[in-house]
Design a protein around this ligand. Structure first.
Ligand code: 13P
Length: 250
């Protein structure tokens, strides 16, 4: 069975004191035992966040990393740096990284390799743009993103990989994929993984939905067969809303 996961991607929000306040509020809440909760603060707040959640099941994860082990890459962060502050999971291929920082499938494939080699788990993000969906190309786009960025990994690596399906048109727009649209794409993704790696892999991998998930729609989306949780942006910045989403599984 795939793990149920709710991950908050805090993007470029929250300075150190805001991060500490939000974590303090989250830690007051009881988290269902069968749900893995993750939060992705900015790099500058990772260590403090890790320290603050040491005795708590909330996992602190990173939003990005560089593909090289080390070197003259001003402004970048390596896998071993992440590990040294307690990070065990990284988001790779977020559509904002693809769109604003020109991260290509080839680069993302390298980042995936670098993370796995350092024993860091990967949340690999995929998602089509609005015009892809309007043209009916969404399945082809997703298939290509999987093939070019991820399907080179070994079967064994899948133990350390999660997928986040985030249709770009639904991110930060208030527009959500309908539960039916989410289920259709999640099923497609699971089948694509099954074709490439077999059912043994596909039935275990967690596939998260992301894109304007909020307390009002999380229940319906999480109830879908192939949706194993969510990658949450805006609504993860408010403790009450994030907790409500964490509790939205049936
Ligand atoms: P929103 O929940 O703000 O739409 O963001 C989704 C997202 O990009 C999470 O990675």
């Amino acid at each position: 069975m795939p793990r149920k996961i709710v991950a908050g991607n805090w993007k470029m929000h929250n300075d150190l004191s805001e991060t500490e306040t939000l974590l303090k509020d989250l830690k007051k809440q009881v988290i269902p035992e069968d749900v893995t909760v993750m939060v992705a603060p900015s790099f500058t707040n990772l260590y403090k966040a890790f320290e603050s959640t040491r005795e708590h099941p909330i996992q602190v994860i990173a939003q990005n990393m560089h593909q090289s082990e080390k070197g003259a890459f001003t402004g970048e962060i390596s896998a071993s740096m992440l590990k040294s502050v307690g990070v065990k999971t990284v988001i790779i291929g977020h559509s904002e990284r693809r769109a604003y920082f020109n991260e290509t499938d080839d680069l993302l494939a390298e980042k995936v390799n670098a993370a796995l080699e350092s024993e860091i788990q990967v949340i690999f993000c995929i998602g089509e743009e609005l015009n892809d969906r309007e043209n009916g190309d969404q399945y082809e786009v997703i298939q290509n993103q999987l093939e070019n960025g991820l399907f080179h990994v070994s079967e064994d690596s899948w133990e350390h990989i999660m997928i986040a399906y985030e249709p770009v048109w639904a991110i930060g727009t208030g527009e959500t994929a309908s539960p039916k649209q989410a289920q259709e794409m999640h099923q497609f993704i699971r089948e694509a993984i099954s074709k490439q790696y077999g059912k043994g892999v596909s039935k275990e991998v967690s596939i998260l939905y992301g894109g304007s998930v909020k307390p009002a729609n999380a229940k319906e989306i999480f109830a879908k067969k192939d949706v194993d949780g969510g990658l949450i942006g805006g609504a993860s910045l408010k403790a009450d809303a994030f907790i409500a989403i964490i509790n939205a599984f049936e």
